[in-house]
Ligand binder design. Structure first.
Ligand code: PHE
Length: 349
């Protein structure tokens, strides 16, 4: 059964590429979620990704307690296609047309493969876009806020496991040194954490050296002997196999869709490994963007809302422990409760 309110697929008029916009739910408010510009084996794979990613955005907002719904846009690039500036602009204008045709049901933002400058191009066509550069009136790059939010989630987990929210002296393995992963690695290094890192791009070893981190290959790092593994790259890193290989006590990171299949959350729980759902740990970026651009709160208030992820994770871990649940179950129940409270007409039980 299709769980989504609407999914639009267009062949871009200019780019001739598949543009997919998935609106999962507007029960809590107009949908928001990033634009992913990435390579896929075919458009169907991009379509499937858009469905999963947009559903995760609904949960992300519900658990964060924000009145927004879940959506996502994906442009499925053929494997190996390189984008020059003109082609990129064509794609962004095609996406902007698709967003404009939804009349506000969905607003986009940056995601894997897109940046605030890309949001500026989309903003030439439609106002339904977050994170344009500050000089154009947007809140700019969301990745530092995503990194701060993940740090907040890590603090809650550290307190639970080690009795302190400080990450100084803790060993962490950061998988992926993109904008969020590298930013988070810097925050962790500044706090005195001991880092092991990797990226699919061997050039990122420069960042690793700068942080005094140990570099591992992407296929070795999941089994690294560290306290906490931090997925900060593309999804589906947690499979039945990798879950069995982990040697850490917790997995907490900003990557979206970390689980290859939902049952991996149960496997982690059986192995006594805390997994904080990705849509909880990665919410800092959207919390900041929506709070500053839609709710017009001050920078301090936005920061406080991002930092509150620590309390959210604390509460989820408590609830999970009390009810003998996984944190994933506790989070999805919380999301479900908030969503059904929103759609139920007032006065009904
Ligand atoms: N990439 C962000 C996420 O997955 C999406 C986003 C960021 C959307 C900022 C709007 C504003 O949460």
């Amino acid at each position: 059964m299709l769980d989504h309110e609407q999914v639009a697929i267009h062949t871009g008029r200019r780019s001739r590429l598949p543009v997919i916009v998935a609106v999962h739910s507007t029960a809590l408010g107009p949908a928001a979620g990033g634009l992913r510009l990435w390579h896929y084996p075919d458009w169907r794979a991009g379509f499937t990704d858009a469905l999963r990613l947009s559903a995760a955005m609904t949960s992300k907002f519900a658990v964060a307690g924000l009145p927004s719904g879940g959506g996502k846009a994906v442009v499925a690039l053929p494997e190996g296609m390189e984008l020059d500036a003109d082609r990129r602009r064509d794609i962004l204008r095609d996406v902007a047309d698709a967003i404009a045709s939804l009349s506000g049901a969905y607003a986009t933002g940056p995601d894997v493969g897109t940046s605030p400058d890309d949001m500026a191009v989309i903003g030439e066509t439609t106002p339904h876009v977050f994170c344009r550069p500050a000089h154009l009136g947007g809140s700019g790059d969301s990745s530092p806020h995503t990194a701060q939010g993940t740090l907040a989630a890590l603090r809650a987990v550290s307190r639970r496991l080690y009795g302190t929210s400080s990450l100084g002296g803790r060993s962490l393995a950061v998988i992926g040194l993109g904008r969020v992963g590298a930013g988070l690695a810097r925050l962790l290094a500044a706090e005195g954490a001991v880092l092991t890192v990797t990226d699919i791009d061997p050039d990122e070893q420069k960042i690793s050296d700068g942080l005094g981190a140990v570099w591992r290959s992407p296929d070795e790092i999941l089994a690294a002997d560290v306290d906490i593994v931090v997925p900060a790259a593309l999804g589906s890193v947690l499979t039945r196999q990798t879950a069995a290989d982990l040697r850490c006590r917790a997995v907490v990171g900003p990557a979206n869709n970390q689980l290859a299949t939902p049952d991996v959350a149960d496997l982690l729980h059986q192995r006594d490994i805390i997994w904080v759902p990705d849509y909880v740990a990665s919410a800092g970026g959207v919390i900041d963007a929506v709070s500053t651009e839609l709710h017009r709160v001050s920078a301090d208030e936005a920061r406080a809302r991002v930092r509150a992820i620590e309390d959210t994770v604390d509460a989820l871990l408590d609830t999970a422990q009390r009810h003998g649940q996984t944190p994933a179950q506790a989070a999805s129940e919380l999301a479900r409760r908030r969503l059904s409270a929103a759609v139920r007409p007032t006065g009904s039980p």
